[in-house]
Ligand binder design. Structure first.
Ligand SMILES: [Zn+2]
Length: 301
């Protein structure tokens, strides 16, 4: 990828460290703790991993934040995430370029009405805001979250939340390095925003569990991320090597690769499915091909 000279999005918030009460523990530790506890969000819309974002029962939330929260973590956090290190600064700048590119791509797709249809026309594209934070964050309507849940999208405030430390987790823990793997993360969360606007996140499927519908939603977000990659290919000099980075990442965060043994617990799809749907978007560049809800049988996703 080459981001030189490209536009940086202004729809970007640097929240600083420790907002939402999650301060105090390094990201990789938090990640492990939440995996150990097996915490699952009630609403799974948005997180990239199978952990789900935190809309927890009150007792558990108090316990989790009580145990992990550092003293004095204010609601908005303090300082600047982007200024905290050279690495973060680079991640912030990169994120703004990818976000700007998604704005261009989706504005155009919404204008040309080349989207899956779920009843009502979505109108023009509305830009989401990307919030970077460290450790913990308060959202506008989706509660508090710690970095342990991974990047997520809150449909209520139309914001994407990413702790740049997650890119280190991807590289070291998930063995999914590379700038395009990071771009895929952002594009996947933007995919959830697109779904929010077109209405696919509110669909139910007769005879399917919430988890199964969640898999349909997540695979569609992967496909929409692929559509972005296809469309931005020339402007950001996306190479075959970049594509491999995204596929490696998609594989690493499949429900089976993350170690969920019971298929009923799947919320995001297997590695094979995630790769297949990302590829479909990336190769065809057509959002209409991302209609996971048009696949009649769940087993054929
Ligand atoms: Zn997701």
């Amino acid at each position: 990828m080459d981001i030189g000279g490209r536009r940086r999005s202004e729809h970007f918030e640097d929240r600083g460290q420790g907002g939402g009460g999650g301060g105090g523990l390094p990201l990789h530790l938090l990640f492990g703790v939440v995996q150990m506890l097996g915490v699952k969000g009630v609403a799974v819309i948005g997180a990239l991993l199978g952990v789900g974002y935190l809309v927890l029962p009150a007792g558990l939330k108090a316990q989790l934040f009580g145990a992990l929260g550092g003293p004095g973590a204010g609601p908005q956090g303090s300082g600047s995430v982007c200024a905290a290190s050279a690495e973060n600064g680079k991640a912030c700048d990169f994120s703004r370029v990818v976000l700007a590119s998604t704005e261009d791509v989706w504005k155009d797709k919404f204008q040309s009405a080349s989207l899956p249809e779920y009843g009502s026309a979505p109108g023009p594209y509305q830009n989401p805001t990307l919030v970077v934070f460290a450790d913990g964050v308060s959202t506008g309507g989706c509660g508090n979250a710690t970095s342990a849940v991974g990047p997520f999208y809150c449909p209520r405030d139309k914001k994407l939340y990413i702790d740049p430390g997650f890119y280190g987790v991807m590289e070291q823990k998930l063995k999914a390095p590379g700038d395009f793997a990071q771009a895929y993360v952002i594009a996947h969360e933007v995919g959830h925003h697109v779904q929010n606007l077109i209405g696919s996140t509110r669909l139910k499927v007769r005879g399917e569990s919430e988890n199964q519908v969640s898999v349909r939603v997540e695979l569609q977000a992967d496909c929409l991320a692929g559509v972005w990659g296809h469309t931005a290919r020339a402007s950001l000099s996306i190479t075959e090597e970049d594509l491999k980075e995204a596929l490696t990442a998609a594989h690493a965060i499949g429900d089976d690769a993350l170690g969920h043994s019971n298929q009923d617990d799947y919320t995001h799809g297997t590695s094979t499915q995630r790769i297949r749907w990302f590829r479909r978007g990336f190769e065809g560049g057509d959002p209409k091909q991302c209609d996971t809800f048009a696949v009649t049988k769940y087993a054929e996703l």
